[in-house]
Design a protein around this ligand. Structure first.
Ligand code: NCD
Ligand code: ZN
Length: 346
């Protein structure tokens, strides 16, 4: 008897779809399993105004495969020039679901991010009033701070002060990578959630650096020590509704990854659900996968859970995933968890 599992259709609360040829190639990989996704605005140039968001949403919808039911939940890229009224109006119209804060220079295409957090206070106030969540890339960019400490320092220097100064603002600490992040989220009374990626449940920093440098495991925030990976696994599989899936699937061509200055990002859209089922089974928590991937996110965002379902079946033979997907810009390598996967969607 093969084992199977049915859950509400999952959503992805942090996704990079890019634009143009890359968008057309990666979008079907997410639309196959996920009903909705929070779409990151770090295009070049970034999605900063409601007009930008409307145009990008329309390009995503136009790129959907025939018959696909997938809703992009749009975000605006917060800059020091963002107009509070534009954000409030876009949120009220349902055009945007959240606003994204990148500290300037923290990651791929973040040069227009925020340097002086006081400058964005009026926008944050307007968002708190409107109930529009702030999605936060939680790393400081101070060159003095070691890259492995940047999340923990961000909590003290930026995240906690911002939350105290703007009570009522809903905040998502995205792609949490440390025990410190998990503990900070757990310490909050309300209004704070955290997304956890697929790859941070699998890799620690050794995977990137031991036995040769592995560009396809390099992402930001960078994977940390094993103790942090274990804290993330406990948080994801522990049934605490404040944690939910945000894959941070971030496609870059192999040419851009396998380079003397390789881009950050793991492309996990294709095999995320198989990997998650594997992880939740290992943690004896298959019954909590639905909460993490399909229920907790909608509760945080005040949206209904999806009505339809997906099924996963455990197979005898490993599931065959492509090593790469083909895009008009060049091949993109699919995240390799480093072990065979037996849970197949469908
Ligand atoms: C993301 C990207 O490529 O846009 N990269 C990544 O490593 N996660 C940016 C981000 O979310 O930090
Ligand atoms: Zn991201």
């Amino acid at each position: 008897m093969s084992q199977s599992l049915t859950l509400r259709r999952p959503d992805d609360w942090h996704l990079h779809l890019r634009d143009g040829a890359m968008l057309r190639a990666v979008l079907p990989e997410s639309a196959r399993h996920f009903a909705r996704a929070i779409i990151m605005p770090n295009l070049v140039p970034p999605v900063v105004t409601s007009d930008d968001a409307r145009a990008y949403r329309d390009r995503i919808i136009a790129a959907l495969p025939e018959g696909a039911a997938f809703t992009p939940l749009m975000t605006l890229y917060l800059t020091e020039e963002t107009a509070p009224a534009d954000v409030a109006r876009a949120h009220a119209e349902g055009l945007i679901t959240a606003v994204k804060l990148y500290p300037a220079g923290a990651t791929t295409n973040s040069a227009s991010g925020v340097r002086d957090f006081d400058k964005v206070r009026p926008v944050l106030e307007a968002m708190a009033e409107a109930g529009c969540p702030l999605c936060v890339h939680g790393e400081v960019t101070d060159p003095e701070i070691d890259i492995f400490d940047r999340e923990a320092v961000f909590i003290d220097r930026v995240l906690d002060p911002v939350r105290r100064a703007t009570p009522g603002l809903k905040v998502v600490m995205e792609h949490v990578t440390t025990r410190d992040g998990v503990e900070y989220i757990k310490s909050a009374d309300s209004g704070l959630g955290g997304t956890i990626t697929t790859h941070h449940l699998i890799i620690n920093r050794n995977h990137i650096l031991v036995g040769g440098i592995k560009p396809h495991y390099y992402c930001l925030p960078v994977a940390k020590r094993e103790e942090h990976r274990l804290a993330l696994r406990a948080a994801a599989t522990g049934g605490d509704a404040r944690f939910f899936l945000g894959t941070d699937s971030a496609p870059h061509t192999d040419a851009n990854k396998q380079s003397a200055c390789g881009c950050a990002g793991c492309f996990t859209a294709t095999n995320t659900m198989s990997i998650l089922a594997h992880v939740f089974e290992e943690e004896n928590a298959l019954d909590r996968l639905e909460g993490f991937a399909a229920l907790n996110g909608p509760v945080f965002y005040g949206l209904p859970a999806n009505e339809d379902t997906i099924s996963l079946t455990k197979t005898d033979q490993p599931v065959a995933y492509p090593e790469q997907i083909v895009t008009g810009d060049g091949p993109v390598t699919v995240f390799d968890p480093g072990f065979p996967l037996y849970w197949q969607v469908g």
